[in-house]
Design a protein around this ligand. Structure first.
Ligand SMILES: Cc1ncc(COP(=O)(O)O)c(C=O)c1O
Length: 414
């Protein structure tokens, strides 16, 4: 079957009234199936885990199904490598403190200037115990990491490298295979922030060979929640902060207190929504073993094709508007190196003004630094209101892109 934006949009009640939603990097809308799964959880389960009565047993099933779905999405070896939490930031702050227990003064952690602060600040906090931070910088011209300095940045004191899969500001897709291989060769633990990457590209934690990878289901059509993948052997070696009566086995011992079971029900439904899309669109991944993972790969391949062609249209239109300055990769031959997320300013207008005018026309975009706090300051945008961000998702259409460009042209006085 052909990719049909109308058919996909029909599953998203929030878009029925015609909202042009370009804030996927902030959080996507959810399909009806996710809403149904959340409300079914309240109707049919809604209890604590590990009890001896029906509602509790159903809650156990919901959590197990959520872990299995996430394991399929990330290609984890089993649901035991999936930790659920409130959001990526909370999970990362928690994990950093836990890893910090094993570190000594003088040990080093590498972070990048390109990342969202949720993959920087948690590691910076470890400076309080004498951990040293080393920065991987990025090129301000195309907002790509300066990988030529990676070899020099890793030393014999490096204990962990924290890197993003893709920048939530400029869309830059980082060369994870290269970065992670360099860290692994040096025996360094690796943590990947895949929050912005996950909605746009398939992820395979076994192929990447990373130790940790975090993402946020609310960025890929699910409920507000966070997920941390941890390689089983590494999770078992860590000594998490926890309350004493809580389970001592992984992944439960990394999950502080009661989880949002209703959100977990919605996470599985979001993944099944993507798998159903893969089933509908088919083809391309037949060599991969049959099952949900294959369907997810098919879905993400089709979504990525759709988003890339829309994004090429958006970028080409933006480039022609006088006064627009685009940040990140703009070379049409290199668009596969970025997600469909545009970051730009318009001369003579503040980013807040541009976002409000677009908002008045029903176009939802963000302005500011989107917590890519270091990167925006490095580019000199930190105290100038940041920039406008327009991010495309699987339900966006060429008509919406054209509407967005028309409003911007008017605003630019064209
Ligand atoms: C790249 C990236 N990392 C981390 C986060 C933080 O995720 P959460 O809101 O789940 O804490 C975000 C949120 O926008 C993000 O875009």
């Amino acid at each position: 079957m052909k990719y049909s934006v109308e058919r996909i949009r029909g599953q998203f009640p929030a878009l029925a009234a015609g909202a042009v939603f370009f804030d996927g990097p902030g959080g996507t809308q959810v399909p009806q199936a996710v809403m149904d799964a959340v409300s079914a959880y309240y109707r049919e389960a809604n209890a604590n885990e590990h009890g001896r009565f029906a509602f509790s047993r159903r809650s156990d099933e919901v959590v197990a199904a959520g872990r299995a779905a996430m394991a399929d999405l990330l290609n984890a070896r089993s649901g035991d490598e999936i930790v659920f939490g409130a959001n990526m930031t909370t999970l990362t702050l928690h994990l950093a403190r836990i890893i910090g227990r094993k570190l000594q003064a003088g040990d080093e952690i590498i972070v990048t200037r390109l990342d969202h602060d949720a993959n920087i600040a948690p590691w910076l906090h470890l400076q309080e115990q004498g951990v040293m931070i080393r920065w991987l910088e990025f090129d301000p011209v195309d907002c790509t990491l300066k990988l030529e300095s990676l070899g020099r940045t890793i030393t014999d004191r490096t204990r962990l490298l924290a890197v993003g899969g893709a920048s939530n500001a400029f869309g830059t897709v980082n060369d994870l295979p290269r970065i992670l291989a360099a860290a692994r060769t040096a025996g360094v633990l690796t943590f990947v922030d895949a929050v912005h990457y996950a909605p746009h590209r398939p992820i395979d934690v076994q192929l990447l060979n990373c130790d940790f990878l975090a993402c946020s289901p609310y960025k890929f059509y699910g409920p507000h929640s966070g997920v941390l993948y941890g390689r089983r052997e590494v999770l078992e070696q860590l000594d998490p902060f926890k309350v004493r009566p809580a389970a001592d086995s992984a992944p439960d011992r990394f999950e502080t207190g009661t989880k949002s079971h209703e959100a977990i029900a919605g996470v599985a439904a979001a993944i099944d929504f993507l798998a159903a899309l893969g089933q509908e669109l088919g083809s391309g991944c037949e060599s991969y073993p049959a099952g949900r993972r294959r369907l997810l790969k098919q879905a993400l391949a089709a979504v990525s094709d759709h988003e890339s062609s829309l994004f090429a249209r958006l970028l080409a239109g933006l480039k022609e508007i006088p006064g627009v300055r685009i940040y990140g990769i703009t070379d049409p031959g290199r668009l596969h190196e970025r997600t469909p997320t545009a970051c730009f300013t318009l001369a003579g207008r503040t980013p807040a003004e541009v976002a409000s005018r677009l908002g008045d026309e029903g176009i939802h975009v963000w302005d500011g630094d989107y917590y890519a706090w270091e990167a925006m300051r490095y580019l000199g945008l930190g105290d100038r209101g940041g920039a406008v961000r327009a991010g495309l998702s699987l339900y966006n259409s060429a008509g919406e892109v054209d509407h967005f460009l028309n409003v911007l042209r008017r605003l630019a006085g064209v």
